[in-house]
Design a protein around this ligand. Structure first.
Ligand code: C2E
Ligand code: MG
Ligand code: MG
Ligand code: MG
Length: 292
């Protein structure tokens, strides 16, 4: 049986593999129901531009609380959806929801705002991916240049040729390609030469040790320099403290995302943040960084 560990967390850790399989099957069943009846939500986490100090984008992060009140982590939700053949539907639902919300924000006057959407491995390997994305954008009336797609290294490494082809097409349409959790996987730097990537998102495992640990700080600094030399932008993930923000400003990082700015929150909360002009303006006054 699925067991509750802490407040509302579903845990399979000690389930035997047969039991785990059954759990995933039940989860898939519940997910189908949630997709049909509107039980899923999207939260948004701001990304702040370190030159303007303003919120320039939001990352869409899926949230699911089952009918019996259990909060399912996105990792588990995505795994279940992939296994049950629902990842296409789920992925399209998140994309559609996030893009429609962005259109609403644009209508409210937050004109340049962009949205970032994560793609899972199996979702990325679907042959209809590019047409599906372009159709959804068309249907909600969003220009591709306002969409960022986030993919991890491992997803791209699985089928390099497919990745290059898909990403090239999407990018030509104006979609921005972001390499998520950069530095966390086992991949080499070689693929950075061949993959069409616009943005590196530095994995938060590095950030956790910055600036105190000299080696982590050196790696983040090197990633920023390398990305800029390759014509890419850099977003630091998991920024939780002011000193980290200071470090990133000093080392010319482009954007920050993390609890220091804001946790992932519902759309209405983002609207308030945008209205109030919340960002890192005070921080930037101290650093006085200007457009290059
Ligand atoms: P991710 O794309 O790397 O997203 C960032 C994760 O870090 C989010 O976890 C976010 O809540 C968390 N985070 C943000 N700032 C901080 C911080 O300052 N400190 C710490 N400790 N954590 C922070 P979340 O929402 O639980 O999502 C986990 C992962 O699940 C995501 O990692 C992404 O890979 C995946 N995911 C979430 N939503 C979706 C989705 O709609 N589709 C797909 N395919 N994957 C999704
Ligand atoms: Mg992401
Ligand atoms: Mg990430
Ligand atoms: Mg992650």
């Amino acid at each position: 049986r699925a067991k509750l560990e802490g407040p509302g967390t579903l845990c399979y850790e000690d389930a035997s593999s047969g039991e785990a399989e059954l759990q995933r099957f039940r989860l898939g069943f519940a997910l189908r129901d949630a997709l049909a009846r509107g039980g899923l939500h999207v939260h948004y986490q701001p990304q702040v531009d370190l030159v303007s100090g303003k919120i320039c984008a939001v990352e869409a992060l899926v949230r699911w609380t089952t009918a019996d009140g259990v909060e399912v982590s996105p990792a588990m939700l995505i795994a279940a959806a992939e296994e049950c053949g629902l990842i296409g539907e789920l992925g399209d639902w998140v994309l559609r929801t996030a893009c429609s919300q962005l259109v609403r924000w644009h209508q409210l006057g937050f004109a340049g705002l962009r949205v970032a959407v994560n793609l899972s491995a199996r979702q990325f390997s679907m042959p209809s991916l590019v047409t599906d994305i372009m159709r959804t954008l068309d249907e909600v009336g969003l220009e591709p240049r306002f969409l960022d797609l986030e993919l991890t290294e491992s997803v791209l490494m699985r089928d390099m040729e497919h990745a290059i082809e898909c990403l090239s097409v999407l990018r030509r349409q104006g979609v921005r390609i972001c390499l998520d959790d950069f530095g966390a996987g086992y991949s080499s730097l070689a693929y950075l030469q061949v993959l069409p990537i616009d943005v590196l998102k530095v994995d938060r495992s590095f950030m956790a040790r910055v600036p105190e640990a000299a080696n982590a700080a050196a790696i983040v600094d090197a990633i920023i320099t390398m990305a800029h030399s390759l014509g890419m932008r850099v977003i630091a993930e998991g920024v939780e403290r002011e000193v980290q923000c200071d470090f990133l400003s000093r080392h010319m990082c482009d954007e920050v995302q993390g609890y220091y700015v804001c946790k992932p929150v519902p759309a209405e909360a983002v609207t308030s943040l945008l209205r109030d002009g919340v960002g890192l303006q005070d921080h930037l006054l101290r650093f006085n960084r200007r457009e290059p």
